[in-house]
Design a protein around this ligand. Structure first.
Ligand SMILES: Nc1ncnc2c1ncn2[C@@H]1O[C@H](COP(=O)(O)OP(=O)(O)OP(=O)(O)O)[C@@H](O)[C@H]1O
Ligand SMILES: [Mg+2]
Length: 224
């Protein structure tokens, strides 16, 4: 087992817009150890989501090296990237990204469906994940029958159901009031205490200060 589950080496992500390059990430090097709890902070447009998407293998770098749990992601094709994404990373988004017509249970089962897990085992593991986030009694509710905080709990259950190495969350409290945001933060703290590596983006100083480690981005670079 590698110690650094996330390893970035001089990573750049440039977008060509018209005739100009936007340097969304401009040479970022970073190591995150197994079990760490890290906040990514920085002004709007500083490259936080870009970095999260690269770590989560939702996007690929223009140049530089990215290792996820010891696996070099450079030069992998879409199928190979999808494999790393599904087996090593759980992703939580600001806007929940749930399937609106499906129950909480079905939403949480989805990653297992893609992983080819059989229905009974799928259901058992999804219920276990929903129990972990305190939502077992809402498993047959659809997203529009849940509060914002509950929706985010379903999204977190979906992110942990495959037991990924890394839990990534891009502004998971951004769409929630501060009390609910605090509860979601508490849940991430619990998941981290159980040994999960958590990386999350926040604009909230108080939430950032609750993390052992903060990384500040500005103009696509790590500050300080
Ligand atoms: N698909 C894209 N095409 C062109 N430019 C992009 C694209 N995605 C992001 N950018 C640019 O890259 C920079 C970094 O964007 P990113 O979304 O990573 O910022 P962020 O730190 O997550 O901001 P926020 O706090 O507002 O979410 C911005 O200047 C943005 O305009
Ligand atoms: Mg963002």
């Amino acid at each position: 087992m590698v110690k650094n589950v996330i390893h970035l080496e001089n990573v750049k992500r440039y977008y060509l817009v018209g005739e100009f390059f936007v340097k969304a990430l401009d040479g970022v090097s970073l190591d995150i150890e197994r079990g760490e709890f890290t906040a990514i902070m920085g002004p709007s447009g500083s490259g936080k989501s870009t970095m999260m998407n690269l770590i989560g293998c939702l996007d690929t770098a223009t140049t530089g090296k990215i290792f996820i749990d010891g696996e070099n992601t450079a030069g992998l094709n879409e199928t190979e990237l999808a494999y790393i994404r599904n087996s090593k990373v759980g992703f939580v988004f600001q806007q929940f990204n749930l399937l609106g017509k499906e129950s909480a249970l079905r939403n949480v089962e989805t990653p297992l469906l893609y992983a080819g897990i059989k229905p009974r085992e799928r259901k058992r593991r999804a219920i276990e994940a929903l129990e972990k986030v305190g939502l077992k009694d809402r498993m047959y509710h659809r997203p529009n029958e849940l509060s914002g905080g509950q929706k985010q709990r379903v999204a977190i259950a979906r992110a942990i159901v495959s037991d990924p190495t890394i839990l990534l969350a891009d502004e998971p409290t951004g769409a929630l009031d501060s009390k609910t945001g605090n509860q979601i933060m508490q849940l991430f703290e619990e998941l981290n205490a159980e040994g999960r590596t958590v990386v999350f983006v926040t604009h909230d100083r108080d939430l950032g200060n609750r993390c052992r480690r903060q990384i500040h981005l500005r103009d696509g670079k790590i500050e300080g």
